[in-house]
Structure formats: C-alpha cells, structure tokens
Ligand binder design. Structure first.
Ligand code: PLP
Length: 226
C-alpha cells in the first residue's frame, strides 16, 4: 500500500519545477533577496487577488500579527479577545506584547470563534478582537464586525490558514477573508494554503491610514475605544 503524505511539498514542487527554478534563478541573478522586485510584484498581485488596498509583506505570520497589534497602539494590560482553539502564534503574540488574551469558545461545526459568546467576553479593557479563520473556514465575520462596531473595537483577522477563502457580507457582496476587519494577517509557511519556499507572511488592510510606514512598530497609536 502506498503511503500518502498529508502535505507533499516535493510532489507539488515537481509539478511546477520549471517555473520555480527560473524564478529562483532570477532572484539569485538580481541579488535582490529582501524587498526586491519579486516581493514588490507579489505585493501588487496579492492586493489585486484579495481586492484590498494595501498588502505589506513581512517575515512570517507571527510577525504579521505582532506588527499589526503594535501598529494599532495596543498597550500592556489591554484585553484582546481570541478563540480558545487556534495555532499557538495567535495567543503567543498577544502574551508577548503584555496584552491579556481573553478566550471565546469555538463553534463546533466550524472550529472558529462562536460569535454568540463574544459579547459576554467584552470588558471596559477590551481593545481588539482577533478572529481566526481555521482550515479554510471563515469565522462569522458579519456577527463579529457588528459587535466590534457597537463596542468600538479593532478587528485583526488571523487568516494564516484561510487565504483565498470567500465570505458573503450581509450586503450580498463576496469578499476574501482577511479583508473584512481593520487588518488581516497571513502566513506563507510552506505547508499553508499559499506556501512559500522558506518563511513568509503578510498584513493587509483597506485603511489608507496604515501605510507601510505606519505599520512599522510603534509609529502610530490608533484608538477606537474612546
Ligand atoms: C492560525 C495561525 N496563526 C498564525 C500562524 C503563524 O504563522 P507563521 O508560522 O508564519 O509565523 C499560523 C501558522 O501556523 C497559524 O496557523
């Protein structure tokens, strides 16, 4: 019996080998390894694919979450609501910044945050909600955005496991996950839906306030909870 690997990156590579090899050779020959033309091209393509105003590529999905929380000016002690079931990076970053993770149980059908339990977790110290779109399934963003708007909370979507997923907004429009909240974060870890050869991640936002410079840690201090 032939064993089938869950994530077979070698077979995947072999199918697209000529394109990958020639792209890697182009990078080697240009010697633009960091933030070069290939990254700029990818940034633009991803903006078009996601239908979002700004994509800011970064080192990995964990950094994307950290940079986003720092850019929003979240301060130690601020509470951030997130699902109790996710990859550790979501909560790790909240704790690393001295923020307090407040967990909401997940819906047993989707494994995403149960929006019906969200409002009970909000306190006067709550500053942000970090829903996680898991296994390609979208969190209940219509309900989450309505609650965030009511309580003036930031929404940072952890889209590391769902880039490319479609979501129907209440107005009937179809959008990509990661483009609904204030900021969306994703990971290009090799085994992800859209994996890279190495480590990679990106932040996206429709808010023109968050230019690349604004997303540099500590450079802006937004507040919604006023
Ligand atoms: C839900 C979720 N968030 C964040 C991350 C972190 O991404 P990275 O491994 O690129 O730092 C991952 C990666 O596994 C993830 O699954």
């Amino acid at each position: 019996m032939k064993k089938i690997q869950m994530v077979d990156l070698v077979s995947q590579y072999e199918k697209i080998k000529p394109a990958i090899d020639s792209a890697i050779m182009d990078v080697l020959q240009s010697a633009q390894f960091i933030n070069g033309a290939e990254v700029a091209g990818f940034q633009k393509e991803l903006e078009l694919y996601l239908g979002v105003n700004h994509v800011i590529p970064c080192a990995n999905g964990t950094d994307a979450l950290q940079i986003s929380m720092m850019a929003l000016g979240l301060k130690p002690g601020d509470e951030v609501i997130t699902p109790s079931f996710t990859y550790i990076a979501t909560t790790e970053v909240i704790a690393l910044l001295g923020l307090k993770p407040v967990f909401v149980e997940v819906n047993q059908e989707t494994f995403c945050m149960d929006a019906s339990k969200l409002e009970a977790a909000i306190t006067p110290r709550t500053k942000a909600i970090v829903p996680v779109h898991l296994y390609g399934q979208a969190a209940d963003m219509n309900a989450i955005m309505a609650i965030a708007k009511k309580h003036k909370l930031f929404v940072i979507e952890d889209n590391a496991q769902a880039i490319g997923s479609d979501y129907h907004l209440l107005d009937g429009s179809l959008v990509k996950t990661g483009t609904i909240g204030d900021i969306g974060c994703t990971s290009f870890f090799p085994s992800k839906n859209l994996g890279c050869y190495g480590d990679g991640g990106a932040i996206c936002t429709n808010d023109d306030l968050y230019s690349i410079n604004d997303l540099l840690p500590g450079s802006c201090s937004q507040t919604k909870n006023v």
